[in-house]
Design a protein around this ligand. Structure first.
Ligand code: HEC
Ligand code: HEC
Length: 451
């Protein structure tokens, strides 16, 4: 047991460094998506628990497949746009552009940050909440004419054409077989994997979290905050009729998720002209800014607010409209410059750092956009003379009729090709090994053909 743990940590060191550049996907050394540490004060979670919609807890394998899909341009009609084109890790999985560029034009709304989207009471997604779950949301951009172009309208291919395309890509059949037990590629499987990846994107290493962990309650002064930051925290949380700014009524600490009952906040212009009263959802207010203190793109569905000062100015006296949330239909906030600065100082404490660079949320492809090697999960077998056995069979779940490589190693660093084996009609991959004199490790690998 001790030996196994040693090997695992050794390997993840080698693999995580290699992954980003080399396109190696080692499914025996998965990143941790399923059991990431989360602060005890974070309680909201929109992961479906089943039966309807079906449960979709994050697994390391499922989120890894989601990561590949998220970064793959082949999910768009002309293979030029991936989810990550409009949701970039360096800007909290949003876009600096007001309107993002898809395969056939630009988006009608500003891209949304995808940080902590799991940790919310709200289960619906998009600014106007038209997706009933994150699972439902994930394939809609693919089916959007402007974004990824499998819309089935205006001469576009339809979604089933994407399923046909992915099913013809061997590496996807290899991955789906490893994740789901057989190689079938279906819309629900694509949705579940993408939703697991998006839900895994979390950020809890902000100055706010360091402070929040040291007190019993959000309203207590945080020992690591400046006076201005603590004052800003109080302003954020206090209702307007008690002298505060009333932000927490809708952007609720400590998740800073949106109150599911919020109506629109008075930002009603539409990109390209006209008005739009339907936008009632906001991403978490965490990571509005990057670790350097710069905005992760403009704010609001129309990207119309480009500074925190302008944003606060909007909330001082929101313009009214027929569907304005009544909490914002109130006398102007009494915020002098000092208080505005305090509120801004507080919002700056909500930014984390690891999420912007962690390899597990970065592209799994190499510089030419390819995977170069897939190591099948749970296939490593080690023979040790002193265990007594003289032979063993190691197995993996694979694509029926597809050939894989058997490789061996004595040090887990250099791997030598042993032979090729073909999975049987049920997808079982088997290789018998005989004990040698030196300890030997084995694994099954698949090398995607260069395209
Ligand atoms: C061409 C740009 C573009 C592409 C490509 C794109 N998105 Fe988006 N995404 C957006 C925009 C714009 C919005 C907001 C749209 C709206 O609300 O109408 C959005 C919203 C979302 C949301 C909702 C977040 C929330 O908090 O409600 C999620 C989740 C999301 N995208 C995930 C994805 C995934 C997964 C993919 C790939 C399958 C993807 N996006 C591809 C631009 C894009
Ligand atoms: C009545 C509910 C409500 C209140 C109160 C409220 N907001 Fe909002 N907020 C929203 C909604 C809804 C959106 C999404 C607006 C849109 O783009 O259409 C939003 C969006 C935002 C955004 C943009 C997020 C992004 O990703 O672009 C920021 C920043 C923000 N609010 C900060 C605040 C601050 C600071 C306060 C207090 C002064 C506040 N809000 C008060 C409902 C509210």
């Amino acid at each position: 047991m001790k030996f196994t743990i040693f090997l695992t940590s050794l390997c993840s060191l080698m693999v995580s460094g290699a992954m980003a550049q080399t396109g190696i996907l080692d499914l025996t050394q998965l990143e941790n998506y399923a059991n990431q540490p989360k602060p005890p004060y974070i309680l909201r979670d929109n992961t479906p628990q089943g039966p309807n919609p079906p449960a979709n807890a994050i697994t390391n394998l499922g989120a890894t497949l989601g990561r590949v899909l998220f970064y793959d341009k082949r999910l768009s009609k002309n293979s030029t746009v991936s989810c990550s084109s409009c949701h970039q890790q360096s800007v909290a999985f949003s876009d600096n552009s007001t309107s993002s560029t898809g395969v056939a034009g630009t988006t009608g709304r500003h891209s949304m940050r995808l940080i902590n989207s799991r940790f919310a009471a709200e289960r619906r997604f998009f600014w106007d909440e038209r997706a009933i779950s994150l699972e439902d949301q994930t394939t809609r951009p693919i089916q959007d004419h402007a974004e990824m172009g499998f819309s089935g309208t205006e001469g576009d291919p339809i979604f089933s054409d994407l399923i046909t395309r992915l099913s013809a890509i061997e590496e996807y059949r290899v991955l789906f077989a490893s994740v789901y037990g057989d190689a079938a590629i279906t819309e629900p499987r694509v949705q579940r994997a993408l939703a697991q990846f998006v839900r895994s994107i979390q950020s809890f290493d902000s100055k706010y979290d360091i402070g929040r962990a040291q007190v019993a309650n959000n309203n207590d002064p945080f020992p690591n905050f400046t006076q201005a930051e603590n004052n800003g925290k109080t302003l954020f949380a206090t209702p307007p009729n008690q002298g505060g700014a009333g932000c927490a009524g809708c952007h609720r600490p400590p998740e800073f998720d949106i109150d599911p009952n919020s109506l629109n906040n008075g930002i009603i212009s539409k990109l390209g002209g006209g008005t739009d009263l339907t936008n009632t959802r906001s991403p978490s207010l965490r990571d509005l800014l990057n670790p350097l203190g710069q905005l992760n793109g403009p704010m609001m569905h129309d990207g119309s607010l480009t500074s925190l000062a302008a944003m606060i100015n909007h909330y001082v006296a929101p313009p009214t409209n027929a569907s304005l949330d009544q909490r914002l239909n109130r006398p102007p906030l009494n915020l002098n410059q000092t208080r505005r600065d305090e509120l801004i100082a507080f919002l700056r404490t909500l930014t984390g750092s690891a999420v912007y660079t962690a390899p597990k949320w970065s592209s799994p492809f190499n510089a030419s956009g390819q995977l170069t090697l897939i190591v099948l999960p749970a296939s490593a077998a080690r023979l040790q003379p002193n265990l007594g056995a003289t032979s063993a069979v190691f197995t993996a779940t694979a694509v029926p009729g597809l050939s894989y490589r058997v490789e061996s190693s004595t040090n887990l660093a250099q791997w030598t090709f042993v032979t090729t084996v073909t999975a049987n009609t049920t997808g079982l991959l088997e290789h018998p090994v005989t004990m040698g004199t030196a300890p030997t490790f084995f694994r099954f690998t698949y090398i995607p053909p260069a395209s």
